[in-house]
Design a protein around this ligand. Sequence first.
Ligand SMILES: [Zn+2]
Length: 85
Amino acid sequence: MPNYEYRCESCEHRFEKRQAFGEEPITTCPECEGVLVRVIHPVPAIFKGGKPSAGKRTQKVGTRDVPIHQTEEGHWEQDRIMDQR
Ligand SMILES: [Zn+2]
């Protein structure tokens, strides 16, 4: 099972959680109940000619394509999850 890294947007709390593929991501910070984002470790992608333009991609999570974006530090993070049910 992969280890996922989460970061809280409110208190910057970071932690890792082992989850099965396709398991629902955690969205609430255990410390302050703020909004969690999942830190996507960058896939070794080759960007020719410097920085990619305003990064927007999707990542397969279970059966859905979840939009991810690149942060200023260069991490890929899952976009805020809207209720899709
Ligand atoms: Zn928090």
